[in-house]
Design a protein around this ligand. Sequence first.
Ligand code: IPM
Ligand code: MG
Length: 380
Amino acid sequence: MNNKRMNAGGKYRIAWLPGDGVGVDVLEATKIVLDKININAEYIHGDIGWEFWCKEGDAFPARTIELLKNVDAAMFGAITSKPVKTAEAELIPEFKGKGLSYRSPIVRMRQLFDLYNCMRPCKGYPHNPLNYKEGIDLVVFRENTEDLYAGVEFNPVPASVAAALAQESKPFAPFKDLPGDQYAISVKVNTRKGCQRILRAAFDFARKFGRKKVTVVHKANVVRATDGLFLDIAKEIAREYPEIQMDEANVDAICMWLLKNPLNYDVLVAPNLYGDIISDLCAQMVGGLGFACSGNIGDKLAVFEPSHGSAPKYAGQYKVNPIATILAAKMMLDWLGEEQKAAAVEKAVAEVIQEGKVRTYDMGGSNTTLEIGAAIAAKL
Ligand code: IPM
Ligand code: MG
């Protein structure tokens, strides 16, 4: 984090990717806040979302990929995704039956741009009526490009894959004679490099911000190859940070402990899928998805988003809480090196929460998405 990024003209280029569903609503509210703090930035709209899947057969069109190659950062709203058959049914006739398959654009974006570090702060702002407990301040670091998200999957399983597994893996014996269409395989791929860089991101963050403990989340007692690697590398890296306590926990156990004693935890780091799961758990303890922000951070590009989905049933109703997205914009400001402005946005968010006068429905209020944005902007 906190890479100072400034292009020649001193003007940031920020890709603006609302997506669909409530992604549009929350980005509109966030723009009110960003306009108020007035950074020297150009916001460039990018097409992405369900609409482009239906009419172009690609939810993440090539022109948007090109745009992302030429920006300093991006703000992303949300995108609807649907099961394979429903997705196919919604394509315009020319694209039906062409073998197009829907893959989540955000997952593709993370992989295409090597946004390996998914950072998800979960802070309980004082007096949020939705806080599970006061004082929770967790930061989840989730590996963001590999693991069970690598996309190496087989359904049906080709005979050549089954033959190789039968030869190389004893535990595969019970499956080896099954017809290929009677089972499916999803491969969990974790590289040394992938483990190293997410673990390093977590420990570096802890060092920089004086955090005391990093909890490494895994399931190495069962998933011995990949999670064993993650844990071994964690131990190696932890030695370079003697001032930080390294703690480790199985993913199932940490779900119980986090709920039991959330104040005992600080920074958490996990492979992709466990990170996905625990970040929702942590989000719920600080008010739910309306408060959970996320940075997908690579070495060259970072894309910031709320952790929630597109909630199609609320689309266009300006009902959902934009605070998660406004906090994602705060993370973007940090990444751009605008730390003071980032801190000001966070303070404004905290004040609006603390006062409790302007609240969306999730917090028991009846204000609109845009009214929250305006109330936060008014504090700046
Ligand atoms: C998240 C989401 C995504 C993920 C979905 C939308 C593909 O749950 O960002 O946590 O699984 O990574
Ligand atoms: Mg998730």
